[in-house]
Design a protein around this ligand. Structure first.
Ligand code: SAJ
Length: 442
């Protein structure tokens, strides 16, 4: 067997996927990455055998080193390498704009290039999360127009989404079931055959519209579950009881799995996949039968959590006889997920913006994020705490778990803590004179 595979887009999905395929005997992988200001550096970095993804990512650095040494993975900014490919994976970002409409600029331009270089017999697989209907109504016509070939007969086209989560990139690709949806049966079969090389779980075959919809539904479901937990937390705060106790007891019932409330929901997927789903339905579905309520309400609740955190900071500072204006506030965690460097749609950002608009001086600490949009960041926790009027924990990084009130009280100017991830014991902090507020606790 010999496969020339091109992976377009070296991000959180493209990199682990390329590294896994490159480890298979007979598969040669070329990754394609634009030399943009933000991510162009990754090209040389990976070509030197180094892993550009920070945080705790088990096995990834070693996997990249091995396949680069073996010369089965190289990265380039030249998308014309697609002309020698027999399989092409598309792993570009598919964000939504401020009106929750998908921004497909990258997807469209990459599809145009691929179409230009497409040859007969090539398999193209879209892995990015997209609105239902995108593969058939956007990608397929572009590929056909630019190549003069017919999808499903001259070349093969499928949608098969990733289920990666930072911190478990390799594990999720290898061990979670894979959904494959071709534009026709032969496209599905060829795609299922491809993933058998790296996926050790079941491969479910369906059509591409069903596969696209399933991906969006998975994430809308998780988002709604988290919103339910956040609403429970807000209600329990009003009753002055502990939401975590209520959730633990509720979850003692079989088949119930109330999720974990917190400072907000970030990441590339959960904040936008509901909108992709609804966009696809509006555009390609039949007329409305019933107003969409649950998923959009979930989005609203989850987006409210950073506002709730800001309110907590204001209340706690006021109890400590300070105003937000002029206070030095330490944000603990900029990445959206614990122990990762991924800052996409992080809930820390709206929280920082609110506090800054009220005149606070913000110090951001994150052990894994080195740079973010010109923001001043430190990875030195003592330095971040020194002279602070409030510690505000947004991300549950391991570095914060062992923080003791007795060790930090002498560093701080005002003893205020706002805990967005239920990390600290409030009574312990209160004993040391702190005003502490925890999401979901009285
Ligand atoms: N969060 C909560 N409470 C929870 C779970 C998560 O507040 O109970 C927050 C997290 O703090 C984070 C956000 O939600 O800010 C998203 O967390 P996540 O654990 O869902 O992580 P993602 O968004 O990186 O990954 C999800 C994944 N879904 C699951 O783990 C069930 C992953 O499988 C998908 O592949 C991924 O979205 C994606 O890329 O679509």
């Amino acid at each position: 067997m010999s496969i020339n595979l091109v992976v377009v887009g070296m991000g959180y999905v493209g990199i682990p996927c390329a590294a896994l395929f490159a480890a298979v005997d007979g598969i040669n992988v070329i990754g394609v990455q634009r030399r943009s200001k933000r991510s162009g550096w990754k090209i040389d970095y990976i070509n030197k055998g180094m892993c550009p993804i920070g945080g705790k990512e088990p096995g990834l650095a070693e996997q990249i080193r091995t396949v680069v040494q073996k010369k089965s993975l190289t990265v380039t900014d030249d998308i014309s390498v697609c002309k020698d490919a027999d399989t092409i994976l598309i792993d570009v970002q598919t964000p939504v704009n401020e009106n929750n409409v998908p921004e497909y600029e990258s997807l469209i331009s990459v599809s145009e290039f691929i179409g230009k270089y497409l040859k007969k017999g090539v398999l193209v697989v879209l892995e990015s999360t997209v609105a239902p209907g995108t593969t058939k109504n956007i990608v397929k016509p572009i590929l056909e127009k630019n190549s003069g070939l017919i999808a499903g007969s001259d070349f093969y086209l499928a949608y098969s989404y990733e289920r990666v989560r930072p911190g478990r990139l390799l594990r999720n690709i290898v061990h979670l079931p894979r959904i494959v949806g071709g534009v026709n049966d032969i496209s599905s079969q060829k795609t299922a055959e491809l993933y058998k090389h790296i996926v050790k779980s079941e491969i479910h075959v369906t059509d591409c519209l069903t596969a696209e919809t399933t991906k969006c539904v998975e994430n809308a479901y998780r988002d709604s579950n988290i919103a339910f937990a956040n609403e429970v937390a807000l209600l329990c705060e009003r009753l002055k009881i502990n939401a975590y106790e209520v959730i633990k007891l509720t979850n003692s019932l079989p088949n119930v799995d109330v999720h974990i409330p917190g400072a907000g929901v970030g990441g590339h997927c959960l904040p936008k996949d509901t909108w992709l789903l609804l966009y696809g339905v509006e555009k390609y579905g039949t007329s409305k039968t019933k107003k969409v309520q649950i998923m959009t309400a979930a989005r609203e609740i989850n987006n409210y959590m950073p506002v709730h955190m800001a309110n907590f900071v204001e209340e706690a500072l006021s109890e400590a006889k300070r105003k937000v204006e002029g206070s030095r506030i330490t944000i603990m965690g900029l990445s959206y997920l614990e122990n990762t460097d991924d800052t996409r749609n992080t809930p820390s950002l709206p929280l920082i913006n609110i506090l800054q608009s009220k005149g606070a001086e913000i110090i951001v600490h994150d052990p894994h994020v080195k740079k973010f949009e010109g923001m001043m960041l430190t990875d030195n926790l003592d330095e971040a705490i020194e002279g602070s009027d409030a510690l505000v924990l947004v991300t549950k990084h391991d570095d914060y778990l062992s923080l003791k009130p007795e060790n930090i009280k002498n560093l701080m100017r005002t003893l205020v803590v706002v805990d967005g991830r239920n990390v600290f014991d409030p009574s312990l902090f209160a004993e040391h004179g702190f005003v502490i507020k925890t999401v979901g606790k009285a």
